[in-house]
Design a protein around this ligand. Sequence first.
Ligand SMILES: O=C(O)CCC(=O)C(=O)O
Ligand SMILES: [Fe+2]
Length: 288
Amino acid sequence: MPLHDLPILDFRAADAPERFCASLRETGFAALVHTPIPTALIAQVGEEWLAFFDSAAKQAYAYDPERQDGWFSPEVSETAKGHTRKDLKEFFHLYPWGRCPAEVSDAARRYAVLAEALAATLLGWVEQHSPAEVRARYSEPLSGMVRGSDQTLLRILRYPPLRGDEPADALRAAPHEDINLLTVLPAANEPGLQVRGLDGRWLTVPCAADAPDAGLIVINTGDMLQEASGGHYPSTTHRVVNPTGEGARRSRLSMPLFLHPRPDVRLSERHSAGSYLLERLRELGLKP
Ligand SMILES: O=C(O)CCC(=O)C(=O)O
Ligand SMILES: [Fe+2]
């Protein structure tokens, strides 16, 4: 009996595109192994950034509210839409044009390039498996929406060990939906990620220990793809729950890449990608 609730799909299989899209349709999430992203690179990024978060050097990279790059301290963090408690996390937003700490190597940037290429391939799968009436809604091919975009970002996230004095209702990540088209998330080093299925039940998303050495990568649909597809691909609510026992003493590191279209892309009659993002960042308290 697996300890998680999602099928783990082999990226190399002939039926991977079809099964991948079916999984996105059913839960908003899909889990892939044996993608082109080297496991060793992911591990290297994890090690370097855990050390960075453990150091005082991060203080020099406080996030820029205008550009949205840099280090978001636990005090800034994020308050999920509709919630009042801040999440128990800190993170760094790495853009291709933004700041990258001198204390880490270029591994994260190399990883981001590969993750973006993977996301573009998967977006092609999503497009191929969209029924004609859904495809007709896309203002341009999905893969074209991200071409030349400078909005895609790598978020390197660290959930610190719990001290025991956290507010009772604070979570590592409160239930939320992602804003972007697709999110590429290499399986975290620790469990905790859950997604609310369409029937309302919380499902456990696999983590690295569920597929050792297979380079497990989790993908999920964001609100922009839900908007562009008229709901054909649902953007589902997910959260990161707090660990108990031994796990509470460990940090959890994860590094989602949020694939964003160019700001001028029309997602629907109501929204361009730019207007949509601005509205959502304001709701998160990250933009004045
Ligand atoms: O840390 C995780 O596993 C998920 C993070 C997440 O959902 C987010 O940052 O949007
Ligand atoms: Fe998320």
